[in-house]
Design a protein around this ligand. Structure first.
Ligand SMILES: NC(=O)c1ccc[n+]([C@@H]2O[C@H](COP(=O)([O-])OP(=O)(O)OC[C@H]3O[C@@H](n4cnc5c(N)ncnc54)[C@H](OP(=O)(O)O)[C@@H]3O)[C@@H](O)[C@H]2O)c1
Length: 344
């Protein structure tokens, strides 16, 4: 059983690992204890910069260190499955970068390993732990917008030359954010923790590297709730999110997937009286520290998952992303009954 402070090990030394290192140091119940890199020099430099007591010239050594309680997997997408399975086998709790893995079958394999070894595991969709998300859930479940008829989301960023090209693409790297938020809020609208689409159809643009650069997705949920999502990884930053209900609409002014401490606002427009209300949500800590705190707290409590991003939620998300990618790769859509079978 872990004790305060929970000791963290980091795999990978890129910019996102540096962000996580800072967040771990900001968490009062966590300690940044070890880092692993493929190169001793890189590990040493990273450890020096972030004041980390242990550094290793191989990722596995972090898993072999008995002092490490939780491992943050900050490796490229195509390596997530392997390292989730390895972490679980080593008895380490896990925070794995998004996308959790790159295929639904790999998600099942990884989660089965986590289950078998009884470790905590969470996908690092960090925005889920920010107070803005609780506020959005509260608004949707209060029915102030009436019956939800449409979610409309766009997430674009020019990251194609920055992101690892192996198993990359707009859908996995960016589409995971709006898809996960819509599934969450479609659930809130129905008094559930999440909802899965009954039908999915999509179109997209695939590059010569076979990664998708742009994809648009239509989802149909229970009660005729529709959702439209567009993600692109070679177009300038654009983050839009709106919810259309029968009594009112809600539109994010700030980026819902990168909330900060102060500027997290949305506007609710009430159709009947024409009233417009602006709501701003502030946060006490940085976005990534909320996530680290959530993981450490659950590990201390002996929990195997965090309901801000549960395992079932990760599986549902992966199912949509996988279907979206497959439809775009084929240039066709599977028959409805095939989708229903895959979601079941
Ligand atoms: N949550 C967020 O805000 C956010 C932002 C950006 C990225 N991400 C996610 O973070 C993950 C890493 O993304 P990234 O762009 O940082 O990837 P990356 O730079 O390609 O790789 C991350 C680290 O993994 C190690 N690595 C790279 N290639 C490897 C290989 N072939 N075999 C073993 N280790 C390898 C490297 O560390 P060493 O050389 O030290 O071993 C590298 O620094 C992705 O899953 C991405 O989706 C999340």
């Amino acid at each position: 059983m872990a004790r305060v402070p929970v000791k963290w090990g980091i795999l990978g030394t890129s910019m996102i690992s540096a962000t996580m290192a800072k967040a771990i140091r900001e968490s009062s119940i966590s300690e940044l204890y070890a880092v692993g890199s493929r190169s001793l020099k890189t590990a040493m430099d990273f450890a020096h910069t972030h004041n980390i007591p242990r550094h290793y010239s191989c990722h596995q050594d972090v898993l072999d260190d008995p002092e490490v309680d939780v491992v943050y997997i900050g490796l490229p997408n195509h390596l997530h499955k392997e390292w989730i399975v390895r972490c679980a086998a080593s008895g380490k709790h896990i925070l794995c970068e998004k996308p959790f893995v790159t295929r639904i079958d790999d998600a099942r394999t990884a989660l089965a390993a986590v289950q078998t070894h009884g470790v905590f595991c969470m996908e690092a969709l960090m925005y889920r732990c920010h107070p803005l998300i609780n506020k959005l859930k509260e608004v949707v479940s209060s029915h102030v917008l009436g019956k939800i008829t449409l979610f409309n989301a766009v997430y674009m960023a020019d990251i194609v030359d920055l992101a690892n090209p192996v198993e990359g693409g707009a859908i996995l790297n960016l589409g995971c954010y709006p898809v996960s938020l819509i599934r969450l809020l479609a659930g809130s609208a129905q008094g559930k923790s999440m909802a899965e689409p009954l039908e999915i159809t999509s179109l997209g643009r695939v590059s010569t590297t076979r990664n998708d650069n742009q994809g648009s997705l239509l989802m149909k949920f229970e009660n005729d709730m529709l959702a439209m999502v567009t993600a692109a990884d070679d177009i300038s930053m654009c983050a839009r999110f709106e919810i259309i209900g029968t009594k009112g609409s809600l539109r994010l002014i700030s980026n819902p997937w990168l909330p900060d401490r102060t500027e997290n606002s949305f506007i609710i427009h009430h159709y009947q009286n024409g009233e417009t209300v602006k709501i701003n949500v502030t946060a006490e800590r940085s976005l990534y520290t909320y996530q680290i705190d959530a993981v450490s707290r659950h590990v201390l409590d002996g929990a195997d998952q965090c309901m801000s991003m549960s395992r079932q939620d990760t599986l549902g998300n992966m199912m949509v992303l996988d279907t979206w990618r497959q439809q775009i790769a084929r240039g066709t859509q599977p028959a409805d009954n095939q989708i229903m079978e895959r979601i079941a």
